[in-house]
Design a binder for this molecule. Structure first.
Ligand SMILES: Cc1cc2nc3c(=O)[nH]c(=O)nc-3n(C[C@H](O)[C@H](O)[C@H](O)COP(=O)(O)OP(=O)(O)OC[C@H]3O[C@@H](n4cnc5c(N)ncnc54)[C@H](O)[C@@H]3O)c2cc1C
Length: 433
């Protein structure tokens, strides 16, 4: 049977990976990319797979979630990570690339397929199936409106105001206790601070270095959500009436209240990670580490993701299934940052899963979602299953079921090794490649 042509909207990281997966499986691809005629405000060129900011695809060595995700992508036959390695520039254990070479390599890989067609045009409607919509965090307003109409207006988000997420294992539980305000429930992990600790924290926070927002981001972000450092700047005590308010909280071990209390909420039922409630922030990543570690219970905290505030269009919870197919639109997939993952490599992963699953669906084969013990599988399920409050998610081991009985440094190694074993079994069992 003749394979249908597939429409891919967006020639970014996710769109290019999805297209390469489809072309390799014998599908013709019509890719629509609006640049350079219509710009996003952040891209600088008309090149495909342009890296919009840093040239780093994060770590490759060691037992990090980012390294595990790359190993999983290799096992699944990812094209963009392989091309990135060909364009590598020295950067320690990180996979950093020459961004122009990388775009050129992706463009020639696509152009090598006679069935690939590139159309430089903005798409303003969700295309008919089979299709992959991968318009990215800066999707054009017309496409964003079309997606809002298809998913429900309250399901489409236009910016991120994300608080940091802390690895549960790195918290000092001697300086923390579980409990809700006024004795209601025990959903929160409370981190008390004495007056001198609070004051030192306040001084560090108001003096810390922040990321410079772009013009198109500044207004919408600050109208939507106040960063914690901005709350602090409004007065020395303002945080004690906001995210650090101590009222209704007493340490059950001493019966005493504290001068200020930060609260953490479990981020994910399966994993061991906590969200810092009300700590959406625009501090640079090193500053977040330095300043938030001044909260006594977080003195050795490992941050699984840092807080960010930026323009980011993404589809909210439960509008996609774990193969990134749009609910109510059979055969239409949404990939990349628009799907609710966060980061270059995560976007590439979702493009791969969407492209492969689109092809499998056309061929009447069962869907293929990596196991939940892998970083890619955990992210696919996060997008499909996480409810409100939904935040776009990057690769982190906190999303995976913790390996039993392993603690400390060994735990990361265990996560990594298990993910690699399980992805290899998965690709074999499902004849994934
Ligand atoms: C300012 C900014 C900086 C970022 N920095 C980093 C970073 O340093 N590291 C990191 O890991 N992640 C970063 N991200 C997050 C994310 O990883 C990147 O945005 C990544 O490029 C997402 O991949 P994508 O394929 O989803 O979208 P993109 O790579 O943005 O691709 C989407 C493409 O769709 C096109 N398009 C949009 N609308 C239409 C339309 N209607 N019709 C046709 N074409 C359309 C766009 O022109 C674009 O080429 C950043 C995000 C932003 C907004």
């Amino acid at each position: 049977m003749k394979k249908p042509r597939v429409t891919v909207v967006g020639g970014g990281l996710a769109g290019c990976e999805a297209a390469l997966q489809l072309l390799a499986r014998g599908y013709g691809v019509d890719m629509y990319e609006m640049r350079p005629e219509v710009t996003t405000g952040a891209h600088r060129t008309g090149a495909l797979a342009e890296l919009v900011c840093s040239n780093s695809l994060k770590s490759e060595g060691g037992d990090t979630a980012s390294a595990a995700l790359k190993d999983e992508l290799d096992a699944m036959g990812c094209r963009l990570i392989a091309l990135a390695r060909e364009c590598r520039v020295p950067s320690g254990s990180a996979l950093a690339v020459d961004r122009e070479k990388f775009s050129a390599a992706v463009e020639s890989a696509l152009a090598a397929y006679p069935d690939f067609r590139l159309v430089r045009r903005e798409v303003t409607e969700i295309p008919a199936a089979p299709a992959v919509v991968a318009c990215g965090p800066l999707a054009s307003p017309a496409m964003a409106e079309a997606l809002a109409a298809a998913t429900g207006k309250d399901r489409l988000y236009f910016y991120d105001a994300v608080a940091p997420i802390v690895d549960g294992e790195s918290i000092d539980y001697d300086s923390a206790y579980f409990g809700g305000r006024y004795g209601r429930g025990d959903d929160y992990l409370n981190l008390p601070m004495e007056r001198d600790e609070y004051e030192a924290f306040y001084e560090a926070l108001v003096g810390a270095q922040t990321v410079v927002l772009r013009d198109f981001e500044r207004k919408e972000l600050f109208e939507g959500c106040m960063p914690v450092e901005e709350i602090a700047r409004r007065g020395k005590d303002s945080m004690r009436f906001g995210p650090l308010r101590p009222v209704g909280l007493r340490d059950p071990r001493t019966g005493k209240g504290a001068y200020a209390v930060a609260q953490l909420r479990r981020e994910h039922a399966a994993g061991d990670c906590f969200n810092m409630v009300g700590f959406q922030t625009n501090l640079t990543f090193p500053e977040q580490k330095r300043v938030f570690r001044m909260i006594p219970a977080l003195c050795n905290a490992e941050f699984l993701r840092f807080g960010v505030m930026h323009r980011n269009t993404y589809i909210g919870p439960r509008a996609l299934d774990a193969t990134f197919m749009l609910s109510g639109r059979e055969g239409v997939y949404v990939a990349g940052q628009l799907s609710g993952v966060e980061g270059y490599v995560e976007s590439i992963m979702s493009g791969l899963i969407a492209g492969v699953n689109l092809a499998r669906r056309e061929e009447g084969r069962q869907p293929a979602v990596p196991p939940r013990t892998t970083v890619s599988g955990a992210l696919c399920r996060y997008v499909a299953e996480c409810g409100e409050p939904f935040q776009p998610m990057n690769a982190n081991f906190g999303l995976l079921p913790p390996p039993e009985g392993v603690r400390g440094k060994e735990r990361k190694k265990c996560y990594h090794e298990r993910a690699v074993c399980d992805i290899i079994d998965f690709t074999r069992e499902l004849e994934f490649r």
